[in-house]
Design a protein around this ligand. Structure first.
Ligand code: SAM
Ligand code: SF4
Ligand code: SF4
Length: 333
């Protein structure tokens, strides 16, 4: 079955958001002033059930999806998540399942997630300095609970990558301390350019710390060399240290966009399909789920994907960054 979009990009990856709630209020993602006590999150009854997610994932696998990433909001707030992992690992064609998390609940869940078949976690940590991190996550949580989460994941045998969003004036002074802290560990630290996802984080080009600027800082302290990509569509541009086992990567959505190799679809926790992180509308898959036939769902997804012409980051400019977009915590990071 044809799984290419208008620009001949195959559908290969699926990100599934399992919840839109989060225990953090990172200033660049869910600022506390906007995501306050009266913010309306999805009702529990509106979240896709694990059976529904399994059915959708099976349909995506029929179209060529091999990799699934579970995300949110904070996915570990979703009850019994290991039960979902168990279902997803058994789907024919799915080769790899990952999870993106802020890490706080990993000491509690890492073992059972691994046992369920999870292979890898991406843990978000934007600073190694306690007060800086407390200021960013909006919940006054220090670094130590996240470091415990990283340890728990490693002890459980999960592969670990770290995500650090770098924003000028927020944590650009944490690039070197973070690299120094993790360079002797078997961990890939990925620096993510601050993106204009959603409309609540007050994003502006002037806040973006580009790959070039981050690499400039790093090369003044470390001897780094580039590593070839592992596969078509690999998002991170990777570098290795000459004298340490750690690795770093850059996710350059703003300064060097990668839309031409973007093979990712996203499903929100309430069952909408988004073909781009910067979309302003999704396709509701719920009615299709009622029909209870994976072949019907597969056909419908194929039709939607074949019409896909998204390339937001390639076209990013002052004019289109302010248009209405879905929030990251809703669409799934
Ligand atoms: N709560 C989990 C976490 O923080 O890892 C998963 C969801 S979060 C939305 C997924 C990733 O998106 C995190 O690594 C986060 O730092 C990143 N992110 C959120 N807002 C972003 C933005 N405006 N620009 C770049 N990355 C962002
Ligand atoms: Fe929550 Fe992750 Fe967004 Fe931070 S980045 S507010 S941890 S969803
Ligand atoms: Fe993919 Fe959209 Fe990001 Fe481009 S802007 S890489 S199409 S998600």
């Amino acid at each position: 079955m044809n799984n290419k979009d208008m620009y001949k990009r195959p559908l290969q990856d699926l990100r599934i958001s399992v919840i839109d709630r989060c225990n953090f209020r990172c200033t660049y993602c869910m600022p506390a002033e906007i995501f306050g006590v009266d913010h309306e999150f999805m009702n529990e009854c509106d979240l896709l059930s694990f059976e529904e997610i399994e059915m959708l994932a099976t349909s995506f696998a029929h179209l060529g999806v091999k990799k699934i990433r579970i995300t949110g909001g904070e996915p570990l707030l979703r009850k019994d998540l290991d039960q979902l992992i168990k279902k997803l690992v058994n789907i024919d064609g799915i080769e790899d399942i990952g999870l993106t998390t802020n890490g706080i609940y990993l000491p509690k869940y890492a073992q059972q997630l691994k046992k369920a078949g999870l292979k890898r976690v991406n843990i978000s940590l934007d600073a190694i300095h306690n007060d800086v991190f407390k200021g960013i996550n909006g919940r006054n949580v220090g670094v130590s609970p996240v470091l415990k989460g990283i340890d728990a994941a490693k002890r459980a045998g999960l592969g670990v990558k770290l995500n650090m969003v770098v924003k000028k004036g927020m944590n650009d002074h944490q690039v070197i301390p973070m690299a120094s802290h993790f360079k002797d560990q078997d961990i890939s630290l990925r620096f993510i350019e601050y993106m204009d996802v959603g409309n609540s984080n007050g994003w502006g080009f002037q806040h973006v710390m580009t790959k070039k600027e981050i690499l400039n800082q790093l090369t003044q302290h470390f001897d780094l060399s580039p590593v070839d990509p592992n596969y078509f569509g690999e998002v991170a541009q990777r570098y290795k240290y000459q004298d340490a086992i750690g690795e770093i990567g850059f996710i350059t959505s703003v300064s060097e966009s990668f839309c031409s190799s973007c093979t990712r679809a996203r499903i929100s926790a309430d069952g909408k399909l988004f073909t781009c992180l910067f979309a302003n509308k999704g396709y509701d898959l719920r009615d299709l789920l009622q029909a209870n036939s994976t072949s019907q769902i597969t056909n419908e997804i194929q039709k939607i994907w074949s019409r896909r012409d998204d390339r937001y980051s390639d076209d990013r400019n002052e004019a289109n960054t302010s248009r209405k977009k879905i929030e990251m915590s809703y669409i799934g990071g």
